[in-house]
Write a protein that binds this ligand. Structure first.
Ligand SMILES: [Zn+2]
Ligand SMILES: [Zn+2]
Length: 427
């Protein structure tokens, strides 16, 4: 019995990746989506229809409304004008009426206060969804306060409460396992993604290593407080480095899933667009799929048939076992640099704790790992960008950086970028 379980486990993981050829043809196309968004159902400042309208109007094909510890279901009313932080105002209610009509808005007065009833996901779906063009996928951001572990549960059907006052790895493990159980019970595909590992007290890279089933994390999140590019004082690695450490250690141990990187907005602020606000349109994924359904999008993501972007569009990504090729949809007058990252089999897997000025390990910090993890194997300005493996790489992935600054970045000076998923040789 034990042998059978081990064989199944190995089969499960060894089926995950090998050669691939991602490009739009034969009925497959790229679908653009954002899976991390907030509305008035939790701490976003817009009604759900205002949020969804933005994405619908800006060429997105799918969207996950992922409010904190809640599904957009049941009855929820918001008072105005006296509401939390002025998030719902009479002007904003008028704007909703202008776009959707007077009949759309459900208002009530109780004890002299006006209320607006929030639209549920089924109501929002009925209004916005178009087959093959626009899809809403139910989601929840399972949000532990302490530790600050936030996990996106995509295509969730029943709310999952967070657990608090445990270790980061325990909170992460609980969210991943609970959603997987729900998915199996209902026979509905779902996925979990670790959101913004560098937010607040952070999620150390060792927590990701302790949860080998975790298959997705945010390499990019558009919220201003998430330290995508690391935080030296707190001992938080840049998200690219987190990714490389996890890929290297899991490949070396052979004990985990391939970690895929997503880009998201984590939108909270819909009315003021500026650096420092948590705006729409900063980070997304492009998923290559033969159809636009929650099942097909999630299946494609679990195969790694997608890339993350903050502005760069890719035509194709292919891997034949020994060569990785990235075709960029180049914009006129914009230059592109592609960096191929990877770790060689003989890397030093040891790590050291980060020591603070007081001579003690920094609480919550990730450990420090070898520079040989996530080496730049090749940097090129060619298009297509091609990396020929020499056979000792554990994985290869590409980051494509344009010369164009993002229009409304999470951090000033950020350049439009895309991240491919890792390719694993010899599988
Ligand atoms: Zn969060
Ligand atoms: Zn969020």
């Amino acid at each position: 019995m034990r042998i059978r379980i081990i064989v199944c486990w190995l089969l499960l993981f060894s089926l995950e990746a090998t050669a691939f050829d991602l490009k739009a043809d034969g009925g497959k196309r790229w679908y653009k989506g954002n899976i991390h968004t907030h509305t008035l159902w939790s701490d976003g400042d817009a009604a759900p229809e205002v949020s969804v309208a933005w994405y619908c109007d800006h060429g997105y094909n799918f969207l996950g409304l992922s409010d904190h510890n809640i599904l957009s279901d049941g009855s929820m009313v918001k008072p105005f004008p006296v509401t939390e932080n002025g998030r719902l105002t009479p002007e904003r209610v008028e704007q909703i009426k202008e776009r959707f009509g007077d009949q759309w808005v459900n208002l009530a007065v109780q004890d002299g206060t006006q209320y607006m009833r929030l639209k549920t996901l089924p109501e929002i779906k009925e209004h916005f969804e178009r087959p093959g063009e626009f899809l809403l996928i139910q989601a929840e951001e399972i949000t532990s306060i302490f530790p600050a572990v936030h996990v996106n549960a995509l295509n969730i059907q029943r709310v999952i409460p967070p657990i608090n006052n445990v270790s980061p790895e325990a909170a992460l493990h609980s969210a991943v396992e609970t959603l997987e159980k729900q998915s199996m019970e209902l026979s509905i595909p779902m996925l979990t993604s670790l959101n913004h590992p560098n937010f607040s007290s952070g999620v150390p890279v060792e927590a990701l290593l302790d949860v080998p089933k975790l298959q997705f994390f945010e390499v990019y999140n558009g919220h201003p407080s998430v330290d995508n590019w690391g935080n030296e004082a707190k001992g938080f690695h840049p998200t690219d480095r987190i990714w490389d450490i996890v890929l290297s250690m899991r490949q070396r141990r052979g004990d985990g899933r391939i970690l895929y990187g997503v880009g998201t907005d984590d939108t909270h602020d819909y009315f003021k667009r500026a650096i420092g606000e948590s705006n729409s349109g900063r980070g997304w994924i492009q998923v290559l799929s033969d159809s636009l359904t929650p099942e097909s999008i999630i299946a494609a993501m679990k195969e790694g048939s997608f890339y993350a972007s903050t502005g760069v569009t890719l035509e194709s990504i292919s891997f034949d076992g020994m060569k990785m090729t990235v075709g960029i949809e180049a914009e006129e007058g914009v230059a592109y640099t592609t960096k191929f990252f990877g770790t060689r089999k003989d890397f030093d897997p040891t790590s050291e704790p980060k020591i603070g000025e007081d001579g003690k390990p920094v609480a919550g910090a990730s450990k420090i790992y070898s520079d040989k993890i996530g080496e730049t194997l090749l940097e090129t300005t060619e298009n297509p960008a091609v990396y020929q493996l020499n056979g000792d790489e554990l994985y290869v992935r590409a980051k494509i950086i344009s010369s164009k600054e993002q229009e409304n970045p999470f951090k000033a000076g950020d350049l439009e970028t895309a991240w491919t998923q890792p390719a694993i040789p010899g599988r």
